[in-house]
Design a protein. Structure first.
Length: 708
C-alpha cells in the first residue's frame, strides 16, 4: 500500500485508498463486551459508529508505524487516557463514577473488535449528566457573596488531585475554583484606576460576570454534536500510538485544509464565544466584512441567515457550528443579525469572498541598509492548497520563498536569514523543494516504514535560487518540516543554524486517510484519520525524532521554563538512526563555525536583555512548581503584588526603547510594501525591529559575509 507522506499537517492518502476493513464475523463470544452496567447512562449509537470503530482500529493496528495490537494491555492504557480527557480538571465526576466506568477498563479491545464505541457513548452521557448537575451548583455558588476572609488555599494543578469522593467535596472544589476566578477579576478591576467601585461592589460584579460566562459555557456544552463522543474516545486511543496520530471529525478536517492553504471562503472576520453569544474579535483587512464596512469589532451576532432564508438564532450555539453557517462559497450572501455595543440591533448583508490569512504566508524584509543590508524571510509553515479545489491564485511556500530570494538576488544582498521559529511544519514536498533552492542537487531526507521500506526525497534540479550566506533561525517550536529543512541545510554545511536550543523533535510522517472510502454508498461524512506511517532521517542517517535539530550557535531561550518538545510528550516514538546517504557538502563557504560562535557568545554576554531572560526563566521555572494558591484576600493580593514586582524587575522589556534593526518590509510580490500593504505589515515591522534574537542572527550573518 502506498501513501502520500506529508509532515505534521497532511493532505490525504493516494487514490488507492486504505486497505479494506475486515468485517466482524460470527456471534460474539462470552468474553465479548457485555451490556453496560444498569446505573450508567448512555446515548443512542450514531449510524457511523461501526465504520469509525472498525476503520480506525484496523488502521492503527495494521498501518501505523508502530502497528501495536489492540489488546487488554492497550485497553487499560486507553481507558486511563480517555478518563483524563473526559474530565481533565476533575470537576465533574466523582470517584464512584470512575469506579463504575472502570468496568470497561479491559473491555475496550473487545468493543472495538465488535465495531462498538459503547464506552464513548456512556462516558459522554455521564459527563452530560454531571455537567447539568454542576451547572446548578455553580449558579448557586455565584448567586451570593463569597467569603474572602477565610484562610484557605486551592490546588491549581488537577494532576495533584484525586476524584472527589462526594458531591459535597466536589461542590467545595468548585467553590474554591470560583473564588480564585473572582479574585482574578477583582484584581483586574483594581488595576483600572478609573474603577471606583468598593470591594463589595467589585466582588458582586465579578460574580455576575463569571455567572454569565459559566452559564454560556454550560449551555454550549449541553449541545453535544453526533460525533463528539466518538471523537473524544478515538483520539484517546490514537494518542497511545504516538502524539501526532489523531481522528479529525469533518469540521476539524475543514479547519485543517484552511490552515494548510491559508485561504477560506467567508466574511473575513475572527469570531469568539462571548458568554451566551458569538462576538466579533477582529476584522481581517481586505476581507469581505472589511470592504463592506458595517460589521465591527465588539458586535454580537444574534442570528445568521442564508440569502433568501429565515434567520437561525445562534445564541448559545457552539462557535464551530456558527462559523460553519457563516462560511460559504465566494459570491453568496449571508445576513447577520447583530447587536452593536450601544444596544442597536442591525441586520448586515455580506457577500462572501476568498479570505486570505496573511499570517499564514511567507513574509520578507530587508534588514539594515547599504552594503550591510541583508534579506529576511519569515516562514510560518510549509503551506499549499490541498483541498482538491486549488485556485489559480492559490499560494504555496516554495513559490513565495523563491520570489523573495529572487528580489534579494536582484538587490545583490549577500546574506539571508530564514526564520523558522514557531513553524510547526507542513507539507514534506515543500520542505524538500525549499531546501533545493539553496543546494545544487542531492538528497534532502529519507523516510522509512516500520517494515524497513524506505523512500528518499531529493532535489533533482541542478542550480540554486540563491547562493549567498544563509542563517536558519529556530526555536523549540520549530517542528517537523522545519526540522527537515534546517537539518538538511546544516548537514550540507549550507547554513548556520541559530537557535534557542534543540528544535521540537518531531521526526515522523503522517498520511491523512479519508475514512469515507471505507464505504461504498453515501451518508454523513466520517472525517479523516491522521496516521503516523513513517519516520524520517537526515542525510547523515540521524533522526530528528525526540532529539530535534541542535543549533550550531545557541542563544538564550525565552521560554526555558516550559516543558515543550517531543521529549516531553507521552507515547513519543524514540530516536533511532539509519545508514547515511551519499551527498556532496556545500563547498562555497569560507567562515569557520567556532569563530562565529565565539563572536556571538561575546556579544550575547554583553546584551542586558539576554541576561535578564536567563534569570526570568529560572524564576518562572520555580513559580511553575508552586501550584497551591491562597484564597484569603490579603494573602492573595500580597502574593500577586510580589509576583508583579518580581516579574517587573526581571522583564527584559523587549518592546521598549528604540528599534534594534532598520527594517523595510516587502509585499507578497517581493517589492517594497506601500499603501495598504505597508499598513497591514506595520505591527510586524515593529516587532522584528526590536527582536534581539533576530538582531544577533543578523550579526552572525554579517560575520559570515565578512569571512568571504
Amino acid at each position: 500500500m502506498r501513501w502520500l507522506p506529508l509532515v505534521l499537517l497532511i493532505a490525504a492518502c493516494n487514490s488507492a485508498g486504505p486497505s479494506p476493513v475486515p468485517a466482524a464475523s460470527g456471534t460474539p463470544s462470552a468474553s465479548a463486551s457485555p451490556a453496560p452496567a444498569p446505573d450508567l447512562p448512555s446515548t443512542p449509537a450514531d449510524p457511523r459508529e461501526p465504520l469509525l470503530a472498525g476503520g480506525v482500529a484496523y488502521m492503527l493496528e495494521n498501518q501505523h508505524l508502530r502497528s501495536h495490537p489492540i489488546d487488554d494491555q492497550l485497553s487499560r492504557a486507553v481507558f486511563a487516557e480517555y478518563l483524563e480527557r473526559l474530565d481533565p480538571a476533575k470537576l465533574f465526576l466523582r470517584a464512584d463514577h470512575v469506579k463504575k466506568l472502570r468496568y470497561y477498563e479491559d473491555k475496550i479491545d473487545d468493543q472495538l473488535s465488535e465495531r462498538s464505541l459503547e464506552l464513548a457513548r456512556i462516558g459522554s452521557a455521564l459527563l452530560a449528566e454531571r455537567r447539568a448537575a454542576m451547572a446548578k451548583v455553580v449558579a448557586d455558588l455565584l448567586s451570593r457573596p463569597l467569603d474572602f476572609t477565610v484562610e484557605e488555599t486551592v490546588e491549581s494543578d488537577p494532576d495533584k488531585l484525586s476524584f472527589a469522593a462526594t458531591d459535597a467535596e466536589l461542590t467545595d472544589r468548585w467553590r474554591k475554583q470560583l473564588k480564585l476566578q473572582v479574585l482574578e477579576r477583582i484584581d483586574r478591576m483594581e488595576q483600572d484606576k478609573k474603577n471606583t467601585l468598593s470591594f463589595a461592589e467589585r466582588e458582586a460584579k465579578a460574580r455576575e460576570e463569571l455567572a454569565a460566562s459559566w452559564s454560556g459555557r454550560f449551555s454550549r456544552w449541553s449541545k453535544v454534536t453526533p460525533l463528539e463522543p466518538a471523537e473524544l474516545f478515538l483520539n484517546a486511543l490514537a494518542s497511545l500510538y504516538d502524539p501526532h496520530t489523531a481522528y479529525l471529525a469533518p469540521s476539524d478536517e475543514e479547519n485543517f485544509n484552511i490552515a494548510m492553504s491559508g485561504q477560506l471562503e467567508g466574511i473575513g472576520a475572527v469570531l469568539r464565544e462571548d458568554d451566551h453569544y458569538i462576538s466579533v474579535q477582529e476584522i481581517i483587512p481586505g476581507g469581505a466584512s472589511w470592504r463592506q464596512g458595517k460589521l465591527q469589532v465588539g458586535d454580537l451576532i444574534l442570528a445568521v441567515a442564508q440569502d433568501g432564508e429565515a434567520p437561525v438564532d445562534v445564541t448559545d450555539m457552539r462557535i464551530d457550528q456558527a462559523v460553519k453557517m457563516i462560511r460559504g462559497p465566494k459570491g453568496t450572501v449571508v445576513r447577520l443579525t447583530t447587536k452593536k455595543p450601544d444596544g442597536r440591533v442591525e441586520t448586515i448583508a455580506i457577500t462572501r469572498d476568498v479570505v486570505v490569512v496573511e499570517e499564514s504566508y511567507a513574509r520578507g524584509a530587508i534588514l539594515g541598509k547599504g552594503k550591510r543590508a541583508m534579506g529576511y524571510i519569515h516562514l510560518p509553515s510549509f503551506y499549499d492548497d490541498i483541498s482538491g479545489n486549488a485556485r489559480k491564485t492559490a499560494r504555496n511556500a516554495t513559490d513565495d520563498v523563491r520570489a523573495l530570494l529572487a528580489e534579494f538576488r536582484r538587490r545583490k544582498l549577500p546574506g539571508v536569514i530564514l526564520d523558522l521559529r514557531n513553524n510547526g511544519g507542513g507539507l514534506l514536498s515543500h520542505a524538500g523543494s525549499i531546501t533545493g533552492l539553496f543546494i545544487d542537487s542531492g538528497p534532502v531526507v529519507q523516510t522509512r516504514y516500520s517494515d524497513g521500506r524506505s523512500e528518499v526525497v531529493s532535489d533533482d534540479d541542478p542550480g540554486v535560487a540563491y547562493d549567498g550566506e544563509l542563517v536558519i533561525l529556530t526555536n523549540r517550536f520549530s517542528a517537523s518540516a522545519s526540522e527537515i529543512l534546517a537539518g538538511a541545510l546544516q548537514d550540507y554545511g549550507r547554513a548556520v543554524v541559530v537557535g534557542t536550543g534543540p528544535t521540537h523533535g518531531k521526526g515522523t510522517v503522517q498520511a491523512l486517510v479519508d475514512l469515507d472510502r471505507l464505504r461504498n454508498q453515501g451518508g454523513d461524512p466520517l472525517g479523516v484519520l491522521k496516521l503516523t506511517v513513517q519516520q524520517f532521517f537526515g542525510v547523515d542517517g540521524d533522526s530528528t525524532q525526540w532529539r530535534g535539530v541542535e543549533p550550531d550557535i545557541s542563544l538564550p531561550d525565552p521560554v526555558s521554563h516550559l516543558e515543550a518538545g517531543e521529549r516531553y510528550l507521552d507515547h513519543a516514538i524514540p530516536w533511532s538512526e539509519v545508514d547515511a546517504l551519499a551527498y556532496t557538502p556545500w563547498s562555497r563557504r569560507s567562515w569557520k563555525l567556532d569563530e562565529l560562535a565565539a563572536r556571538s557568545a561575546a556579544r550575547v554576554g554583553k546584551q542586558p536583555a539576554f541576561g535578564k531572560l536567563k534569570a526570568l526563566g529560572a524564576y518562572l521555572e520555580a513559580r511553575r512548581k508552586q501550584t497551591v494558591v491562597p484564597l484569603e484576600k490579603q494573602a492573595w493580593s500580597l502574593n500577586r503584588q510580589r509576583e508583579r514586582a518580581e516579574l517587573e524587575a526581571l522583564s527584559p522589556k523587549l518592546d521598549d526603547g528604540p528599534a534594534r534593526i532598520e527594517v523595510v518590509v516587502l509585499d507578497s510580490s517581493g517589492k517594497v510594501a506601500t499603501g495598504e500593504a505597508a499598513k497591514r505589515l506595520e505591527t510586524w515591522r515593529k516587532e522584528i525591529a526590536r527582536d534581539p534574537w533576530l538582531e544577533e542572527s543578523l550579526h552572525i550573518l554579517r560575520d559570515m559575509v565578512a569571512a568571504r
